[in-house]
Design a protein. Structure first.
Length: 383
């Protein structure tokens, strides 16, 4: 009861998955309480505004190149040996054949050593973005914007340093540093015995052991970052949807812009009904019989043995429309037969232009036979 009387005393909205206030990132404008529509989400995507976690991308960009370094380590060692041998040899020469030779060799070794890692990092970043948002191409984020060149500094500093989002990002960064430090501490502590042996061990042994230790720390740290990035991804999705929330007025305006003014739509529907009724009434003189209720329903039936498999409903109406159908039928000498159950059933079950169901064949045959008999036609027309 207290919650109903004093809503301001309600506890802050929290997300149990992350344990922090989602109100930190709630829509700033009052009244933006409605979930974004499909059109709003589509427009945001076209403008490059998508839910994406930079933490997940950073974790994959860190993990993939480290794995590549471990797998391709013999190749990198070979290239580094060749590079050192090349430059040490040049340093002993009295004359170096121009700066172009040094620049060319530098570029070759740079591509050989940095190229594979850079390509793998690029592929990792691409995979991460495709996994999160799919294929999105938009020039909107890189389009020059004067508001970004000359921003509102008060709002910028408030958002960057004195907002809940800034506090969350700071806490996230400190937590990442602590996790990486803990991973490094545990690994070094476990290998402290081998590290002491480096004082009396050959250089090659020390180099191999240090490389293994560093590789293990990097792998474990990147996996920890990847694990920590998953909650951030879901949080960024929630934050993105929160930022796109709409007010009821915005939804009303969007519906009006996409579907048109309600008054105009109502008039169009009314006009369409008038045209349909007019076309339907033009078919009444061609009907073979009008089956009536007799006061509430009227259904026009047509039967052409050569082109139809069964009688077809050509017109139907209720109340005032039923009276108009019967009046047109009288003016054009179309027979009117009263059959309350059949009139109700055909009006409810059969649309204009459709053949009647098989269960009504027998009763319809009797009615048409009677009509043809009164008109002096042969009963063969019915069979």
């Amino acid at each position: 009861m207290e919650e109903l009387l004093y809503p301001d005393r309600l506890p802050p909205l929290r997300d149990s998955r992350f344990g922090f206030d989602l109100q930190w990132f709630a829509a700033e404008d009052e009244g933006r309480t409605e979930e974004p529509t499909e059109l709003k989400l589509k427009k945001a995507r076209e403008e490059g505004k998508v839910a994406k976690s930079a933490e997940l991308t950073s974790a994959l960009v860190l993990l993939f190149p480290i794995i590549a370094l471990g797998i391709m380590s013999p190749y990198f060692l070979t290239q580094m040996k060749e590079m050192m041998k090349f430059y040490l040899t040049i340093s002993t020469e009295t004359e170096v054949a121009g700066e172009s030779r040094l620049f060319y060799s530098f570029m070759v070794y740079l591509v050989r050593l940095v190229g594979p890692v850079a390509i793998i990092a690029f592929v990792a970043a691409l995979i991460s973005n495709i996994m999160q948002v799919g294929l999105v191409f938009s020039t909107k984020p890189i389009t020059p914007d004067l508001n970004k060149i000359a921003p509102n500094f008060i709002k910028f500093f408030q958002k960057s340093f004195f907002s809940g989002e800034a506090a969350f990002n700071l806490a996230k960064s400190i937590f990442k540093v602590l996790v990486i430090g803990l991973v490094a501490y545990l690994n070094i502590k476990g290998e402290i015995g081998h590290i002491i042996e480096f004082l009396t061990s050959p250089f090659s042994y020390s180099f191999v052991m240090l490389s293994k230790m560093a590789f293990k720390i990097l792998i474990e740290a990147s996996l920890a970052m990847l694990f920590l990035a998953l909650p951030d991804y879901f949080f960024q999705r929630r934050k993105h949807l929160e930022s796109l929330k709409m007010s009821k007025q915005e939804i009303k305006e969007e519906r009006k812009s996409t579907e048109g003014d309600p008054l105009v739509r109502s008039r169009l529907r009314e006009r369409m009904r008038e045209l349909m009724n007019q076309n339907m009434l033009q078919k009444v003189p061609e009907a073979d019989v009008i089956v009536t209720n007799p006061t509430h329903f009227a259904v026009g039936m047509e039967w052409k043995r050569d082109s139809m498999t069964a009688p077809m409903v050509t017109a139907k109406g209720q109340d005032n429309m039923a009276q108009r159908i019967k009046q047109i039928a009288r003016d054009n000498d179309v027979p009117i037969v009263e059959n309350k159950p059949l009139a109700r059933a055909l009006f409810a079950e059969v649309d204009v232009g459709d053949i009647i169901p098989e269960k009504y064949y027998q009763v319809m045959a009797v009615i048409l036979a009677e009509v043809y008999r009164l008109n002096g036609e042969s009963d063969e027309n019915v069979s």
